[in-house]
Design a protein around this ligand. Structure first.
Ligand SMILES: Nc1ncnc2c1ncn2[C@@H]1O[C@H](COP(=O)(O)OP(=O)(O)OP(=O)(O)O)[C@@H](O)[C@H]1O
Ligand SMILES: [Mg+2]
Length: 224
C-alpha cells in the first residue's frame, strides 16, 4: 500500500502546483482569465486522477480476498525491521525489539501485518527526526488470548486532542509531498480486519506509544 501512497502523492502535488499557479495569476492582477481557467482545469484533472486511484484501492481492497494463515508475529516484526534497518541506521535512530521468550502466533495475512509495522516504524522514524534522543522500541507481551505489542518512540508525541484524528484517512501534519495521511488509517483497517485493536498513548515530552492487540491463534500453538 506504500505504493498507493506514492501514486497519490503525484496528483496531489500537481494539484497543489496548478492551484498555486492560479492563485499567483490572480494575485498578479491579470485580467486575462484564460490562463487561470487553464490552470484550474489542470488541477481538476489531477483531482480526477487521485479519485481514480482511491476508487481502485477500494475495489481492489474488497474484490481481492486476502489469504490468511497462522504466522509468527516475531517473524513479521523482524521482516519489517529488516526492511527499515538501513533507513533507521542512516538517521542514527536506535532501534530495540524485545518480544520476550514467547512465540505468539496469529492468524492473518503476513503482507498486511508487515504493512502495519512498516507504517508505525515510518511514522516513528519521522517523529524522532528532530528529537534530541532518537530511539524506537518495540516490545511485546503475550496474554492468554491476545498478544500486545507496543511501538514507542522518543519524538514529540501526538498533540493533545489529535489522538483520534490521526487514524482518519488523509489526516496529516506533514508538509505537502511528505505524507498523504493514509498510513494510520490503513493500519487501523488492517488491525480491525484481524480482530485486533490499535490505540495511541502520548504524554507530552515522552514520545508516542502505539499499542497493538491481536488475538492469538489457537492457544496450543503458542507454547514455546
Ligand atoms: N509516532 C508519531 N509521533 C507523532 N505523531 C505521529 C506519530 N505517528 C503519526 N503521527 C501523526 O499522525 C499523522 C497521521 O499519520 P499517518 O501515518 O496516517 O499519515 P502520515 O504519516 O502523515 O502520511 P503517510 O503515512 O500517508 O505517508 C501524522 O501526520 C502525524 O501528525
Ligand atoms: Mg505515516
Amino acid at each position: 500500500t506504500t505504493g498507493v501512497a506514492h501514486e497519490l502523492n503525484n496528483p496531489l502535488n500537481n494539484t497543489g502546483l496548478f492551484v498555486g499557479n492560479a492563485v499567483d495569476l490572480l494575485e498578479l492582477g491579470g485580467t486575462d482569465t484564460g490562463p487561470i481557467v487553464r490552470a484550474l482545469r489542470q488541477a481538476l484533472q489531477q483531482v480526477g486522477k487521485a479519485t481514480e486511484i482511491i476508487s481502485h484501492l477500494r475495489t481492489f481492497g474488497r474484490a481481492a480476498p486476502v489469504s490468511r494463515e497462522p504466522i509468527s508475529l516475531r517473524q513479521v516484526i523482524e521482516r519489517s525491521l529488516a526492511l527499515m534497518r538501513e533507513q533507521l541506521r542512516l538517521r542514527e535512530i536506535e532501534v530495540t525489539a524485545d518480544l520476550g521468550p514467547a512465540e505468539p502466533v496469529v492468524v492473518g495475512n503476513p503482507i498486511q501485518l508487515e504493512q502495519v509495522f512498516l507504517n508505525l516504524l515510518t511514522n516513528a522514524r519521522d517523529a524522532v527526526a528532530d528529537a534530541p534522543r532518537k530511539a524506537i522500541r518495540i516490545s511485546g507481551a503475550v496474554g492468554p488470548a491476545a498478544v500486545e505489542v507496543a511501538v514507542a518512540d522518543t519524538g514529540p508525541g501526538i498533540p493533545p486532542g489529535l489522538e483520534r484524528r490521526i487514524f482518519d484517512p488523509f489526516f496529516t501534519t506533514k508538509e505537502v509531498g511528505h505524507g498523504t495521511g493514509l498510513g494510520l488509517s490503513i493500519t487501523y483497517g488492517i488491525v480491525k480486519e484481524h480482530g485486533g485493536t490499535i490505540s495511541v498513548v502520548s504524554r507530552p515530552g515522552e514520545g508516542a506509544t502505539f499499542l497493538l492487540q491481536l488475538p492469538l491463534a489457537a492457544a496450543e500453538t503458542n507454547e514455546p
